[in-house]
Design a protein around this ligand. Structure first.
Ligand code: AFP
Length: 330
């Protein structure tokens, strides 16, 4: 196609998403794409607009908020104002889920980390936005419990990666597709159709500075991947950006694994289940990859609280399976 394929053109072609939902996918993805375009501009200009540094408050889970954390949350919420399909939003930056539309059409829920990788905001390193869309199990007044669904219930999930280019990646259950922002026309253009995660890779992403706090099985996994063994392609290479979205994107395209295990300071892991790990696990599995808590499929975990944390290993099937084997052996 001479002009390329825009996100909206691709989504409308994917409208067999659910027979009774014609047009709903577009109505849910467009606001997220718009938020991604605005955020790409805000991040690009933040240093010139005095928007770097700390905001001065903590978020719901005790993280010190950066100015861009607050701005990102506002941009995502503004983008969905007036979206009659969205009943509510659960966000890393909000202590409680917020009601959006009370329309009888409001059958969907958004779980989001508006800015993943906040430690990178002031050093021009990668950042991301993570989103997952659930369906309501009932209508009427919204309750927080409606967000507590397994990742396997997600009907749409994805991320925006603000890196050397800005890329939006999503799945609605029919594969994983990537769109690169063409700033000249202000459109996300199809650039990575049907992303397939390599079955195995030779890259791992982890905060190895914490390895002394890791349980024995994880330490043995690290020893294994750093051993010299040319036939099996070891030692593997460490790539760790400080933004899960960026490290996962690499795994999806080149193969490899990202892991953030539990440690004494993070007994249930650091990453949040509902709006970080579950949406990315949905994307990874749809791309032919895998996502685990280290002891079982991450998409099977039933959340008990909106800001619940979980250990995670996500990426190529073989790398995740090997990580699980080392954890099982202890
Ligand atoms: P922030 O958004 O608070 O920077 O956390 C980012 C993140 O959730 C994930 O994107 C990174 O891979 C991981 O945490 C970095 O955590 P460490 O700084 O403990 O390695």
């Amino acid at each position: 196609m001479a002009t390329g394929t825009t996100l909206s053109r691709h989504v409308s072609a994917e409208e067999d998403w659910r027979k009774d939902a014609a047009g709903e996918l577009a109505s849910l993805l467009e606001p997220m794409a718009f938020a991604g375009k605005i955020l790409a501009r805000e991040i690009d200009q933040a240093a010139l607009a005095g928007k770097l540094g700390l905001a001065g408050d903590q978020n719901a889970t005790g993280d010190m908020q950066k100015k861009l954390d607050v701005i990102s949350n506002e941009i995502v919420m503004d983008a969905f104002e007036g979206c009659s399909l969205l009943a509510g939003i659960a966000s890393e930056e909000l202590s409680e889920a917020v009601v959006m539309s009370t329309s009888e059409d409001a059958r969907y829920l958004l779980c989001t980390d508006p800015l993943d990788g906040s430690s990178n905001t002031d050093v021009n390193a990668p950042l991301g936005t993570i989103f997952g869309i659930l369906q309501r199990s009932r209508m009427g007044e919204l309750s927080a419990e409606e967000f507590l669904q397994k990742g396997s219930e997600l009907v749409c999930a994805g991320y925006v990666l603000y890196g050397t280019s800005t890329v939006l990646v999503y799945t609605a259950g029919s594969g994983v597709h990537g769109f690169t922002l063409d700033r000249g026309v202000g459109e996300f253009m199809l650039s990575h159709e049907d992303i397939r995660c390599p079955h195995k890779g030779t890259v791992y992403s982890a905060n190895v500075g914490r390895h002394n706090d890791w349980e024995p099985g994880v330490r043995k996994y690290l020893d294994h991947v750093t051993e010299k063994d040319k036939p099996s392609g070891r030692p593997h290479s460490l790539r760790y950006t400080g933004a899960l979205v960026a490290d996962l994107h690499r795994c999806l395209l080149d193969g490899g694994v990202y892991f953030y295990p539990a440690d004494p300071g993070n007994r249930n892991g650091k990453l949040r289940l509902l709006y970080e790990c579950a949406p990315l696990a949905c994307v990874a599995e749809q791309a032919g990859g895998a996502a685990s808590t280290g002891r079982g499929p991450l998409l099977d975990v039933m959340p008990e609280a909106i800001h619940q944390r979980t250990p995670i290993a996500i990426g190529s099937v073989e790398n995740v399976a090997l990580y699980e084997r080392f954890m099982a052996e202890g």
